[in-house]
Write a protein that binds this ligand. Structure first.
Ligand code: HEC
Ligand code: HEC
Length: 268
């Protein structure tokens, strides 16, 4: 009997303890995230809904060939990473529809951006913002950097140039320079593929590959130009043209000068 009573008491105590502790923490947590999502939704309705729709479903404009198409694309499933990238680089909210959203001054606070990101992430599963561990490019060793360089040359140079100086694209668009871009935004650009840029999902480039690429981009930017003038890192065509015009042009000029001032020409 004593044993049974003890068992009943133990069960009662565990139950009571669970009832007081567990649900409380659970409700407190979800309440804070619900209010974050709700705050984000309100900010969204004010600042973004005019182009992206009241429920972020996107807006398509009617009009002629050029203007038909998305006025603002659907944001369902783009995830917190896309919002973080677009808003922290000042691209969104866009001032007016244009071929490309330029980088500009950020007008939202970090809290507001987090709230909008939480709202968009609550609509459908999408890429989350990268963790500190995934961004820790300083810990990448030399081997990782050279691997990152290889990945960069195969996947990014076509648009961003071999040292990330950027370049022009068709229809008035451009791939921006990667100089001074924060590691988190390099990561998120790969993860979400803004505009013409392809999406490099984690199946295509693993988080480790992404970190190596960031390490390469950052290292290249910190390197000096041991060979003299960098020439803007515009690539072999620009360098070749420079050598052809200035270098060979100079030599031709010098030969002409020798021809005119040599002893033979003086005798004549
Ligand atoms: C003037 C219209 C306009 C406003 C206002 C605007 N956007 Fe956009 N947004 C666009 C257009 C157009 C694109 C697609 C072109 C691009 O990515 O440059 C876009 C793209 C995006 C993307 C990228 C989607 C993807 O597939 O990766 C995100 C995220 C985004 N907007 C978030 C926002 C948020 C958040 C706000 C409010 C703070 C906002 N936008 C306000 C027009 C707008
Ligand atoms: C097909 C061309 C293309 C390729 C390939 C490409 N990008 Fe981009 N990238 C773009 C364009 C276009 C933009 C500008 C998007 C915008 O403004 O919305 C961009 C933007 C970026 C940005 C944001 C820069 C800023 O100013 O905020 C980063 C970072 C970036 N790319 C990194 C990469 C990396 C790393 C790779 C290779 C893994 C890569 N890109 C491959 C076209 C490309």
């Amino acid at each position: 009997m004593a044993l049974l009573a003890l068992l009943a008491l133990a069960l009662l105590l565990t139950g009571a303890a669970y009832a007081t502790v567990a649900p409380e923490t659970a409700t407190a947590e979800s309440a804070s995230s619900v209010s974050e999502v709700e705050a984000g939704r309100q900010l969204f309705v004010v600042g973004c809904a005019s182009c992206h729709g009241l429920n972020a479903q996107g807006i398509t404009t009617a009009g002629d060939e050029d203007e038909a198409g998305n006025y603002g694309p659907s944001l369902i499933g783009v995830g917190a990473a896309a919002v973080g990238f677009q808003m922290e680089t000042g691209r969104m909210p866009m001032a007016q529809t244009a071929p490309q959203a330029p980088r500009k001054h950020v007008e939202y606070t970090q809290d507001e951006i987090n709230q909008i990101a939480a709202y968009v992430a609550s609509l459908a599963p999408g890429p989350a913002r990268p963790s500190d561990e995934e961004l820790n490019w300083q810990s990448v060793d030399k081997e990782g950097i050279s691997e990152g360089g290889e990945f960069f040359r195969t996947n990014c140079t076509a648009c961003h140039n071999s040292v990330g100086a950027g370049g022009a694209l068709p229809s008035g668009r451009y791939a921006p320079t990667l100089k001074g871009v924060d590691a988190i935004h390099i990561y998120e650009a790969m993860l979400t593929g803004p505009q013409q840029m392809p999406v490099f999902s984690d199946e295509v480039l693993t988080p480790e590959d992404k970190r190596n690429i960031i390490a390469y981009v950052k290292t290249v930017q910190q390197q000096g130009n041991d060979g003299g003038l960098g020439g803007g890192g515009l690539g072999p065509v620009a360098d070749g043209l420079f050598i052809w015009l200035i270098g060979i042009g100079g030599l031709v000029g010098f030969s002409v000068w020798i021809g005119m001032h040599g002893t033979r020409s003086k005798k004549r």
